[in-house]
Design a protein around this ligand. Structure first.
Ligand code: ADP
Ligand code: MG
Ligand code: ZN
Length: 605
């Protein structure tokens, strides 16, 4: 839909809404006018005088008609009063009477929802009309757009960022440019206009952008994509214009647009009409970036953790044409990050950051900062002089699985299911060669999702996985479900997440890793890794026939079935261990590695 047409439709919609409002208003008034609300006593008088023709009795009301004369029959309603003799009196007076459900469900829903819909429609309409070129009061949003440089940012340096060295290196160049924009030009270099930081939440994208500003000693203007979208219509676009105009006055500087995905979602049809504002803002951003001259020394940085949903237009040359991946830190990186965050923390002698780093694969900078903070809080609560390893251990667990919620009640039956489920995961993991070591099993409910969990510790960070490792992992994932099958002859919804993850792995084995004999080596899917550049962005649709698709599904199912059967055999063979482990879990709620090992040993003796 082009812009003009769009305006028109909105215009028409507005009028329809207004029209409806008028119709309903009139109807309401007419209804009011034609029925008299009379007191109950009056109704009883008419009744004894034999003037009532007929009544309809509902839960709260009595309505009907009064015959004043042959020609003058009027409708009335009255509020119902508890009156046990009424039916008899109606009977005696020979009045036709009937009962009525207070009001139909649909009717009441309608009468409730309709006005709200109308209100929203009218509101939307008015906002659109006024937002475009409206009166002064509605420009409040714009005056907020006054740019204030984030002063904190100037204090942050590259040394405050660790574990993401590659990203840091790429951004060094930007720092050089911002320090001496002229020199770059002389050498014939051209700076990218926009730099997009891609990475999971908490990996330090915002921190890194601030560090660039801090290192270069330039102002840092920070704005979040979602802020634009929350604003009134027309204001977002105006604000973008304003932002660029003001920033170019302060060059060299950095404009940082956080959560770019909130603003730059791929454009498309959206029935709520909410996309309209975002689209306008996005268009304005594109216009500004196109018309912008890097030579002025303004660098636009953006950050997102969902690059796959970004509008491709944002990534074209001359816009966010440089993409920097901010990875999750590896073990060494995690240790470095922990070091940064423990600088001002009093650590006990037993604290070994290396060990903590080893225990936290997959953690991002924000998680690690959180762990340090939690540990310090715990130590303070325990009135310790310094933070010991014990607090760190506990903090890790808290961050892993959300805060302990011992208070949450789960029924003994649920608890039993969870205990067996987790025992199943652990026993399968322990009996297969290519799996991570079971570190701890817990059925203390934490957070929302996990009722229980089994922590497996990878011996090292993984970049490659072999087929047998993936197959073992599948068996472990299905171990919980299988145990439920065997022990309870019934299954619960608790395995949902396991099944989802197992399916993802099996699907990737068939479609991406060439690990299914039947489907061969053909890659049926580009990696879902969104950090690919260039043309790969578009070509992610299905590139095979429906027949192949169903063959893939069959293969995925076969792999899952086989994993299920392996798991089944293991659980059956070790049924006694499962029982003992589940009972221990029910008793203690948490079983650590040593207790687990001793359980298994008893069996092998
Ligand atoms: P993102 O913007 O990627 O979601 P942030 O930059 O907001 O992540 O990170 C949040 C906090 O986590 C930072 O303020 C910092 O304290 C910590 N942090 C994250 N990544 C790192 C890192 N690589 N090095 C040091 N601290 C980090
Ligand atoms: Mg951020
Ligand atoms: Zn499970």
């Amino acid at each position: 839909m082009d812009d003009k047409q769009h305006k028109k439709t909105q215009f028409a919609l507005g009028y329809i809404a207004l029209g409806l409002l008028v119709i309903f208003g009139v109807q309401y008034l007419m209804l009011r006018a034609s029925t008299n609300q009379i007191p109950y006593s009056e109704f009883k008088q008419y009744l004894t005088r034999g003037m009532i023709q007929e009544v309809v009795v509902s839960e709260t009301n009595i309505s009907g008609t009064i015959e004043f004369s042959e020609r003058d029959v009027q409708a009335f309603t009255t509020t119902r009063i508890d009156d046990p003799g009424l039916v008899e009196e109606l009977e005696n007076a020979g009045v036709r009477y009937s009962g009525k459900q207070s009001s139909s469900f649909l009717g009441s829903l309608f009468s409730l929802v309709l006005p709200i819909i109308i209100m929203i429609a009218v509101w939307n309409f008015m906002m659109h009309r006024m937002g475009a070129g409206g009166p002064g009061i509605l420009k409040i949003g714009q005056s907020k757009a006054k740019l204030v440089a984030d002063t904190d940012a100037s204090k942050i340096k590259f040394k405050d960022v660790a574990g993401i060295d590659e990203a840091k290196e790429e951004l060094m160049e930007v720092v050089e440019f911002l320090k001496t924009p002229g020199r770059f030009e002389e050498l014939g270099g051209r700076m990218p206009k926009g730099i997009l930081l891609l990475g999971a939440p908490g990996t330090g994208k915002t921190l890194l952008a601030k560090a660039v500003a801090g290192e270069a000693g330039v102002p840092f203007f920070n704005i979040s994509g979602s802020e634009f979208v929350e604003m009134f219509v027309g204001v977002g676009a105006a604000r973008v214009r304003d932002l660029f105009a003001q920033a170019s006055g302060k060059a060299p500087c950095i404009i940082f647009i956080d959560e770019l995905d909130a603003l730059g979602k791929a454009r498309g049809f959206n029935i709520t009409g909410g996309h309209d504002e975002r689209e306008q803002t996005l268009n304005q951003l594109l216009v500004e970036m196109d018309g912008f001259d890097t030579r002025k020394g303004v660098i636009i940085m953006g950050a997102t953790n969902r690059p796959e949903i970004l509008d491709p237009a944002l990534l074209r040359p001359g816009r966010f044409d440089r993409q920097v991946i901010v990875d999750k830190p590896d073990r060494e990186g995690r240790e470095a990050i922990l070091k940064i965050h423990t600088v001002d923390v009093k650590l006990a002698g037993d604290v070994n950051l290396n060990t903590i780093a080893a225990r936290t694969p997959g953690f991002v900078g924000a998680d690690l900062a959180n762990i340090v903070n939690e540990a310090a809080l715990l130590a303070a609560r325990r009135r310790k002089k310094n933070v010991t390893m014990e607090e760190f251990e506990e903090a890790i667990e808290r961050v892993v699985a959300g805060l302990e919620k011992k208070k949450r009640l789960i029924s003994p039956k649920e608890k039993k299911i969870v205990a067996y489920h987790e025992s199943g995961h652990s026993v399968v993991a322990e009996s297969l060669p290519n799996t991570d070591v079971v570190h701890k099993i817990s059925i203390v409910p934490r957070g929302i999702a996990a009722l229980g969990y089994t922590i497996q510790l990878p011996t090292e960070d993984r970049y490659l996985m072999t087929q047998s490792e993936l197959e073992d992992r599948l068996a472990v994932l299905l171990g919980g479900r299988v145990t439920e099958e065997i022990v309870f002859s019934d299954v619960s919804t608790g395995a949902q997440n396991d099944l989802m993850r197992a399916t993802d792995i099996a699907r990737a084995m068939v479609k991406e890793y060439g690990m299914s004999g039947k489907m061969g080596l053909m890659a049926y899917e580009r990696p879902r890794n969104p950090f690919l550049k260039g043309d790969h962005w578009q070509s992610m649709e299905k590139e095979y026939s429906d027949k192949i698709a169903s063959e893939i599904d069959e293969e995925v199912k076969r792999i899952l079935d086989e994993a299920h059967d392996r798991s089944y055999r293991i659980i059956q063979e070790n049924r006694d261990v499962i029982d003992r482990l589940a009972n221990l879990l029910l008793e203690k709620e948490v079983v650590d590695r040593e207790e687990f090992k001793s359980l298994i040993k008893i069996k092998s003796q």
